[in-house]
Write a protein that binds this ligand. Sequence first.
Ligand code: AMP
Length: 416
Amino acid sequence: MMTIDNYNFAGKKAIVRVDFNVPLDENGKITDDTRIRGALPTLKKILADGGALIIMSHMGKPKGKVNPKFSLKQIVDAVSEKLGVAVKFAPDCAKAADAAAALKPGEALLLENLRFYPEEEGKPVGIDKEDPGYKDAAAAMKASQKEFAKTLASYADYYVNDAFGTAHRRHASTAVIADYFDADYKMLGYLMEKEVKAVDNVLSNIKHPFTAIMGGSKVSTKIGIIENLMDKVDNLILCGGMTYTFAKAQGGKIGKSICEDDKQQLALDIIAKAKAKGVNLVLGTDCVAADAFANDAHTQVVPANNIPDGWEGLDAGPETQKAFADAIKGAKTILWNGPAGVFEFDNFTAGSRAIAEAIAEATKNGAFSLIGGGDSVACINKFGMADQVSYISTGGGALLEAIEGKVLPGIAAIKG
Ligand code: AMP
């Protein structure tokens, strides 16, 4: 397989799939440019070689329709500034052949949002899965997805995938397009290579003790990874909103805390499995309860299994923070996905901050720490601690699937 480092793009055109799905404020201003910065090494390498760049990405969920709210035109200036060249813009990604052909060495073209075309995701629109015509519609869409991918492929000599965030999807630009390039004409970008290596560090090169911290609002979205990790970790910290399902399942009183009632048995199964496998499962014992879902709500620290009626747990309590830190500080491998509280509210960040600080300390002592998933990354950035951990992944779902042990279609399309 080609690696981007051992190729010189001089005089060639490369179409690069990046993940420029950056958050924008109501004025279309980028609020976090991490993803753009992540792709720069690959883009700059191609330009520095004297190659021409065709950059493609999705933004948001326009569901196969043109929607100015999700136009990549909004980020052209920011990309130009970061890349150091005036990036041209193709307002229709499927009709950019002339613009691509006109590119000179060292020039760059950004294509409009790929997801303005339903072919990108390859799912039929406007027809229900139960509908008798669905099967035919799905087959027709698969065929037009191939055509769409072929059109994108026709713009360039080389295909580079540097979009780890969408590597778990078999979309036109992330996987199907690779079929139109010979093995020596497609490769992973630097960011992808880094991501793959980071995942490998927590899956294959595990140094023990291994502590995984899984947080966030729902246990249902994390169950695959929790089960996979159970065979690998020494300590498993579960935190955030998902833990109230555990507290309730064990007979606790959780007030109006977030809870997935139908996942209580699942919670009990996880507890039993951890016990059977000798995994130290760390669940909160106290929490910061609030009388409203608001930053300025009244609060009190209460046992996590005895929350008064009308109150809800929004952060980990001090005793819990200490237990989390104790399970993290001595670790040699650390994975963190999902916050320990509603960190978006400044008054409910203490649990997540305690985790971040313990991770920083362990990292200083030689641990490999991988932080992934939009919210934990936002947490680390909010605390200004991004430089105190080993690796911050740009992938949310892709990272979780990779750690679950699944083969990611975006990577398989290139590596075979
Ligand atoms: P997820 O998308 O499942 O990774 O969850 C991330 C979200 O969980 C963040 O927006 C947090 O605000 C939210 N969250 C964390 N802890 C709680 C909690 N105790 N109650 C409600 N939401 C929470």
